[in-house]
Design a protein around this ligand. Sequence first.
Ligand SMILES: Nc1ncnc2c1ncn2[C@@H]1O[C@H](COP(=O)(O)OP(=O)(O)OP(=O)(O)O)[C@@H](O)[C@H]1O
Ligand SMILES: [Mg+2]
Length: 453
Amino acid sequence: MKNGASILVVDDEERVRGLLVRLLEEEGYQVSMAASSEEAIRELEGGSHDVVLTDLMMPGRSGMELLAEIRQGHPDTAVILVTAHGTVDSAVEAMRKGAFHYICKPFKLDEVRIIVQRAIEESRTKHELAGLRREVHQRFEFSNIIGKSKPMQEVFELIRRVARSASTVLIEGKSGTGKELVAKAIHYNSPRSGRSFVAINCSAITETLLESELFGHMKGSFTGAVASKKGLFEEAEGGTIFLDEIGEISAALQVKLLRVLQDHEIRRVGGNQTIKVDVRVITATNRDLAEAVRQKEFRDDFYYRLNVVTIHLPALKERIEDIPILAQHFLAKYAKGAVAPFTQISKEAMRALMQYPWPGNIRELENVIERAITLGAEGEIRLEDLPDPLRREEGGSQLEAIPVEMSMQDVEKAHIERVLRHTGGQVSQAARLLGIDRRTIYRKMQAYNIRKD
Ligand SMILES: Nc1ncnc2c1ncn2[C@@H]1O[C@H](COP(=O)(O)OP(=O)(O)OP(=O)(O)O)[C@@H](O)[C@H]1O
Ligand SMILES: [Mg+2]
């Protein structure tokens, strides 16, 4: 049996049907048959078929209509049309409507064999690709956060665990590494997901304003306070508050927030009553807070309250293997709104994306992809659609620094070593960056006596 591939033969003429069924059964396929399009559709509902081999002209619905139906309802099934009235026009139409192939009667048995076999291969590949795509999404995506690298997988695991508790979480990471995304993921995977998620950037407003934003104020408590107002802690009751750039708040406010974390109550500015609040606090910073504590720029007691759990988000250049799936993710996101369809990223462009150091991290990557889609020609993102700094990394401003007396081999050796250092000794990743396959890099490493570390 040929991998148990299953084929449906559709023809109103019994003689032709019998001939095809015998031929395909001899080939080892699992064959079923139908005498009309209507019967074929019922048969297809009953189970999956790799290939449908159908006559074009039949009483009732034609083979062309059956083709359209299959493309709609069973996109992974390949359709081959067979007809006695072979004209170029109908062949073209069939292919345009998504037929795998077109066979004219009288057909040669070998021709049928070969085309069916190729159709099965294609249908199998489609199945596998669809499966792979699903799997990538299941394994490498968590609440809109994409990442297959080890550090990101660990972040996912940490989010899952911490989401269940109500503990305070500190998220550390440079600009654009996804801190806010992680804060939301924690909230939306927690028992508090039905309540508010409230975010505020602590560095964006003055200290007095921030205090009244957080805790609210009483009427007349300061000039301009014409009415009493609820603060964000009260707004977030039962939910989560996200304090971004927590490293920027004043010492005085650190003391006040520390009290909130300990006593779970707040006091509005100008008020003398305390109000109980049940709010989970998540904070984020792009500073090294431990260092700030050592420098006495940040209160240690407050710091220990904040970092009950710390989630560290690595810079994008420390997880190069995430770049291709992130790039694909943003391509899919922005290609939807684009005038022209974009489906892929050229090899050269991908290599440039993987070599660039990404000081702005994922936000910068997202912007670069969006820009390339807006400015680029349709089809794929090419090297020339990327902004200057990315292309320069590719080219070689640093090459100027190589002394002229260095031989090609010395340069190659030095470059491989440099890339391996960059990937932390990951050979496959280095090979990808260098644009060579794994076997080649291993061969060169051996020849030049380069060790992974
Ligand atoms: N792992 C990821 N998968 C998919 N998208 C991501 C990921 N990380 C970040 N992004 C996207 O990148 C952008 C920046 O993320 P976010 O705002 O969470 O970063 P941030 O660390 O808070 O940055 P900043 O410090 O500048 O405020 C957002 O559009 C976000 O959706
Ligand atoms: Mg942010």
